[in-house]
Design a protein around this ligand. Structure first.
Ligand code: AR6
Length: 197
């Protein structure tokens, strides 16, 4: 098995779970969070709003993860995680970002999921330097895949060609050569069977 890198819109993937780069309120936002809520429909926001608040405005602390259904998405579930806001690298940003990947994979395993797709958590509005974030994404996902059976399919989704290349080279530095061309449909993601709820 390899970590797959795919370029495109994560909301189109028919995987067991897509990961959302959310904020601590889990009440939606811009970027990939906005795209996921638009594609999933209003029931997603309703389920998020019903999750317990740990303190006012915080349903999911930074570095943690919460699961919901996927509703109108082709993905069955959404795992909402909250990446760190990049400051200067001295505020545990790397550890918190690693937690987003690792805890999402732990939750996916616990839920019995076999395929999961991650966006570039924290690399948009939250300002995490792309090369450093890609190294963390590659390190955590490869370490997981090398030590666990499920989820066996792990896809790093790049929204543009530059991110795609950075992911490929991050994986290459960790011993995994890249061989998926950008812009092609994700080759091994099956269409969602019509009988799935
Ligand atoms: N598919 C895949 N990747 C995407 C998509 C998409 N449809 N749309 C954007 N990206 P961001 P963050 C990429 O800003 O930095 C929200 O308001 C994007 O190019 O979505 O973790 C939340 O509510 C970038 O590489 O997430 C939070 O408040 C990556 O996804 C805050 O933004 C992440 O960019 C989270 O900021």
């Amino acid at each position: 098995m390899k970590i797959e890198v795919w370029q495109g819109d994560i909301t189109t993937l028919a995987v067991d779970a897509i990961v959302n780069a959310a904020n601590e309120s889990l009440l939606g936002g811009g970027g990939v969070d906005g795209a996921i809520h638009r594609a999933a429909g209003p029931q997603l926001l309703a389920e998020c709003a019903a999750l317990p608040e740990l303190r006012p405005g915080v349903r999911c602390p930074t570095g943690e993860v919460r699961a919901t259904a996927g509703y109108n998405l082709p993905a069955r579930h959404v795992l909402h995680t909250v990446g760190p806001v990049w400051n200067d690298g001295t505020r545990a940003e790397a550890e918190l970002l690693a937690n987003c990947y690792w805890k999402s994979l732990q939750l996916a395993e616990k839920m019995g999921l076999r395929s999961i797709a991650f966006p570039a958590i924290s690399c948009g509005v939250f300002g995490y330097p792309l090369h450093q974030a890609a190294q963390i994404a590659a390190t955590e996902t490869l370490a997981w895949q090398r030590s666990h059976r499920e989820p066996q399919r792990i896809i790093l989704v790049a929204y543009n060609a530059a991110t795609f290349k950075v992911y490929q080279s991050a994986l290459a530095t960790l011993g995994q050569p890249g061989d998926v061309a950008p812009g092609l449909p994700c080759p091994t993601v099956e269409p969602r069977p019509a009988w799935l709820p």
